[in-house]
Design a protein around this ligand. Structure first.
Ligand code: ATP
Length: 313
């Protein structure tokens, strides 16, 4: 995978990982189908780039520079994680890709975003949805007054296919999320947080996605539910060929399923590499997974922690 990050800070750690380029061939993708989806990827071993973000800068309100030259790639059929603390710029990156920045008075002032070999950074969000790029926003924005099933059907709003095809996909979503099948007639506002998270992912699936931009799916959920959701995401990727770009603060769960990861700090990529490589990186362990060679650190240790991250050296 070619990297285009220009910041000096980012370059050093990137070099260290430059041999770790992700190839879908390494990811063990199996064959599958998705109820009539054009999922050419399922079962196809490829290292083709689906999405590339090239050195983008994003400014809010004409003055607040938030992204300072972010570059990343998502290969076809891959799961890529975007990791970082609060305010690192993960959501902004996803919104830049899905063209949702305008609503927040944000704009891309530099760089480009290419999806399936075509520039998409000037497209409107609805065109992107039709092309298969769907964002699942942070905070589980379901329509609370609609039932779960009605919420799922709103995901198919832009589709032209028959009711039979939509019904088939609805059943497919229920097969991945049996809890939603049980709660199909319940108002979305009254189901649990975990079920709402499943609902918004299911709704994205109803739009026939090729790439899902998933923002903080673990937020506020119990560890068991987080595991359940990430397991389903992994299955959707492996069995249905849907690609994922997942923004997460919870690096432990994200790196468990990610083929590749990028760590953002203060609007820049400071480290990237294959999921397995990042999991073994000492700085990632200490600063993002809460582990060190001496084991898990206590809050007190972290509070008094003085060593600088190697990528800042
Ligand atoms: P979180 O996990 O808290 O969502 P994040 O990594 O997703 O963090 P962003 O939400 O992208 O980070 O925010 C990056 C920076 O941009 C933060 O400093 C934030 O305050 C700022 N920011 C985000 N949205 C806006 C906005 N609409 N107007 C001005 N500044 C914003």
């Amino acid at each position: 995978m070619q990297r285009k990050t220009t910041s000096r800070r980012a370059t050093a750690p990137l070099k260290a990982h430059s041999k770790c380029g992700l190839r879908i061939a390494d990811c063990g993708i199996r064959s599958g189908s998705f109820a009539g989806y054009p999922l050419r990827l399922a079962g196809v071993k490829t290292d083709k780039t689906l999405l590339s973000v090239n050195n983008i800068e994003v400014i809010y309100d004409h003055v607040i520079l938030v992204l300072k030259g972010i570059s990343l790639e998502v290969p076809e059929g891959g799961i890529v994680s975007l990791l970082g603390a609060n305010g690192a710029g993960k959501t902004t990156t996803l919104k830049a890709i899905s063209s949702l920045l305008h609503a927040e008075r944000g704009e891309i002032t530099k760089g480009s975003i290419v999806y399936r070999n075509a520039r998409i950074d000037r497209l409107d969000p609805s065109t992107l949805v039709k092309r298969g790029v769907i964002q699942v926003m942070e905070g589980r924005h379901a329509f609370g007054h609609l039932t779960c099933e009605e919420n799922l059907l709103t995901g198919a709003y832009t589709r032209q296919d028959s009711r039979v095809a939509i019904q088939r996909d609805l059943e497919m979503v229920y097969s991945y999320f049996p809890r939603l099948a049980e709660r199909r007639h319940a108002k979305a506002g009254y189901v649990s947080g975990g079920e709402q998270q499943m609902l918004v992912i299911g709704r994205a699936l109803m739009a026939k996605p090729q790439l899902i931009l998933l923002d903080e799916p673990s937020m506020g959920l119990a560890p068991q539910l987080v595991k359940e959701i990430f397991d389903i995401v992994w299955r959707l990727n492996k069995e249905e060929g849907v690609s994922f770009l997942i923004a997460e603060q919870n690096a432990t769960v994200a790196l468990r399923i990610a083929d590749y990861g990028y760590i953002l700090e203060n609007g820049r990529v400071v480290l990237d590499g294959r999921g397995a490589t990042l999991r073994e990186n000492e700085d990632v362990k200490e600063f993002y997974l809460g582990l060190s060679t001496a084991g898990r650190r206590s809050y007190r240790d972290v509070k008094h922690y003085r060593r600088r991250k190697r990528w800042l050296a």
